[in-house]
Write a protein that binds this ligand. Structure first.
Ligand SMILES: [Zn+2]
Ligand SMILES: [Zn+2]
Length: 145
């Protein structure tokens, strides 16, 4: 387990070991969680490898490992090239239920990766801490292959 921190986040962010079940792909290129850093979802950069999110359901932060870690291609929701996926539809029904939410979604959420290959968009609360392996680190090991 690694304890990550964010400058303006009072709670420590415990990053538990990556589960090894079938649904969890191993990290690519031999990367390890020791290389992960915490950032807000809105600060994720293109090419960062997103490995986990931190929720705050119980007051204490908990790491939720992403079954298939992905390279981020972040965009604001309205700028996402997606033409409609399960996640975008969910956002639409959420905003349609309450028109005042339309403005909210623009700054509350970011899309970290547009829908691709049948996988829906990765829509995350903008302020939510996530664990990423920085793009520069991933690119370096990728180049060694
Ligand atoms: Zn979508
Ligand atoms: Zn999207």
């Amino acid at each position: 387990m690694f304890i990550l921190t964010l400058a303006d986040e009072p709670e420590p962010l415990p990053l538990t070991d990556r589960p090894t079940g079938d649904e969890f792909d191993p990290l690519p290129y031999g990367l390890t969680l020791a290389q992960a850093v915490a950032v807000r979802a809105c600060d994720v950069k293109a090419g960062d490898l997103v490995v986990a999110e931190f929720d705050d359901m119980s007051g204490a932060r908990r790491s939720l490992h992403i079954p298939g870690p992905y390279r981020a291609a972040p965009s604001a929701l309205r700028d996402c090239p997606c033409n409609g996926c399960a996640e975008c539809d969910d956002m639409d029904s959420w905003t349609f239920a309450e028109p005042s939410r339309v403005a909210d979604t623009a700054w509350r959420f970011v899309c970290l990766s547009p829908a691709e290959d049948g996988e829906p968009c990765a829509i995350v609360l903008a302020y939510r801490p996530v664990a990423v392996i920085p793009a520069a680190v991933v690119t370096r090991v990728e180049g060694d292959r």
